[in-house]
Design a binder for this molecule. Structure first.
Ligand SMILES: Nc1ncnc2c1ncn2[C@@H]1O[C@H](COP(=O)(O)OP(=O)(O)OP(=O)(O)O)[C@@H](O)[C@H]1O
Ligand SMILES: [Mg+2]
Length: 430
């Protein structure tokens, strides 16, 4: 964090000091919400959690060296008391951005692929200058300010991930750190239950392009009509990416290697260059194109982008994470957080990676789909069947519709209704 005194933090957050002996004490960061990560110069934000209340760990944070605690009530150690700790974090993050005029901010949103794209983009942009990007999926009203608060006087780029569970969420994140560049990946069914439907999801994601300034750049997916239509919702210049020939940044000649890793020719108005991704699954082509478009707009040349993409690794775990067991079995863990589009992508990657072997899918239930949950799980079962699996194991609350969907398409026979479907006689791959 850029250094701020407790007086400054109190002014920024409107916090009232309690037991603070030295208001000149400086917070240099990090700002943490886990007392075990507190150290000299840090600020501990006490948040109520589902299992524990951060206020109970305030003394531990100060004992570890935290300069003070941001808290909703007195905690027996030096604290700034504020009515709303997340709002105070947001105010503090916004103040850090205001004090860092040389910072270029890029934000990424969409229903699937934000973390993957953010990780790819960060690996490219880090070659241009000191870059801060979220750990894992820090993308909401807590994670985003915590990410912004890692910005220092040396930071040149902030690559932010922005999520929404309702209208106004992305606009609020954009107010904390006004982006000059914004990427929208796609509009899909993730959280669609909470929003009401895809049009509502699209309206929420469009808050990012709407927040961009006239001198900014909106990077939009040309292959997703709801996302492409956001060109009309922004004052910024529009750059498109996708497989469509009309896209400004596109992939030609996509092929998958034996491990399902895509190779393609990256085409832009500056020319073309070969890319071989280390990530598994064809869906990562779109994520890579979005990252390439972003890096290109920041001045990175095409050859460097193509090389950077080919060298980039999966930084965040449990997204198409591949483990090869000594006995020859390959395990693909894509269990981070599923939604219908992510599951369809994973099944298609599984089919591509099995290449004559036997493939099994273990599918759990996808949350936050609202009234569409049954239908979407049945569709997932149908997709699993179409992927030519040797077996499908469905677990959890929505196992029954998944099995029903699978059985409607194949000769799978359920061995344990509601839990498991047995294999068809002979595996065949398309
Ligand atoms: N372009 C894509 N299309 C479909 N599925 C994708 C795409 N990119 C990633 N996925 C899959 O979506 C899931 C989540 O990926 P990732 O964490 O990158 O997305 P996210 O948008 O950050 O998710 P969250 O909303 O949970 O933060 C993983 O299963 C991943 O394999
Ligand atoms: Mg994420």
């Amino acid at each position: 964090m850029i250094p701020l005194s407790l007086t400054q933090i109190s002014e920024i957050t409107g916090g009232t000091g309690d037991l603070i002996a030295d208001y000149c004490a400086t917070v240099t960061g990090p700002v943490v919400i886990d007392s075990r990560q507190a150290g000299p110069g840090s600020l501990f934000a006490a948040l109520p959690g589902t299992r524990a209340d951060g206020h109970d760990f305030a003394a531990q944070a100060v004992a570890a060296g935290a300069a003070a605690v941001l808290a909703a009530r007195p905690v027996g150690v030096p604290a700034l008391i504020v009515p709303d700790v997340p709002a105070a974090l947001a105010a503090l993050a916004a103040a850090v951005v205001r004090r860092t005029p040389g910072l270029t901010i890029a934000a990424i949103t969409g229903s699937a692929g934000k973390t993957t794209t953010k990780d790819l983009a960060a690996q490219l942009i880090e070659s241009l200058g000191p870059t801060v990007s979220p750990r894992n999926s820090y993308n909401n009203e807590i994670g985003h300010p915590l990410t912004v608060l890692r910005v220092t006087g040396q930071t040149r780029y902030l690559v932010a991930e922005m999520s929404a569970r309702g209208p106004g969420h992305i606009a609020a994140l954009c107010r904390i750190s006004p982006p000059r560049l914004g990427v929208v990946l796609c509009v899909g069914h993730a959280h669609a239950g909470e929003f009401g439907g895809l049009d509502e999801v699209a309206r929420a994601k469009a808050e990012l392009p709407a927040a961009l300034p006239a001198g900014g750049v909106a990077v939009l997916n040309a292959d997703d009509p709801r996302t492409a239509a956001m060109a009309g919702a922004t004052a910024a210049r529009v750059v498109t990416f996708g497989r469509s020939p009309a896209a400004d940044v596109r992939a030609a000649g996509v092929v998958l290697d034996e491990a399902g890793r895509p190779g393609f020719t990256l085409c832009t108005e500056a020319g073309s260059a070969p890319v071989r991704l280390r990530l598994h699954g064809e869906h990562n082509v779109g994520n890579a194109l979005a990252a390439a478009a972003l890096a290109g707009q920041l001045g990175m040349d095409l050859a460097a982008v193509a090389e950077g993409l080919s060298a980039a690794t999966a930084r965040s775990r449990w997204r198409m994470e591949v483990t090869r067991r000594p006995d020859g079995v390959t395990v693909i863990n894509d269990a981070y957080n599923a939604n219908p589009e992510a599951l369809a992508a994973a099944l298609s990657a599984l089919a591509a990676m099995a290449r004559g072997g036997r493939a099994f899918a273990v599918l759990g239930h996808m949350t936050e789909l609202g009234a569409q949950a049954g239908e979407r799980h049945e569709q997932a079962g149908r997709q699993a069947a179409r992927a030519g699996l040797a077996g499908l194991i469905a677990v959890g609350e929505e196992a029954a519709p998944m099995l029903a969907g699978a059985k409607a398409r194949t000769r799978f026979k359920s061995a344990h209704p509601g839990r498991c479907a047995a294999r068809p006689p002979a595996p065949r791959w398309p």
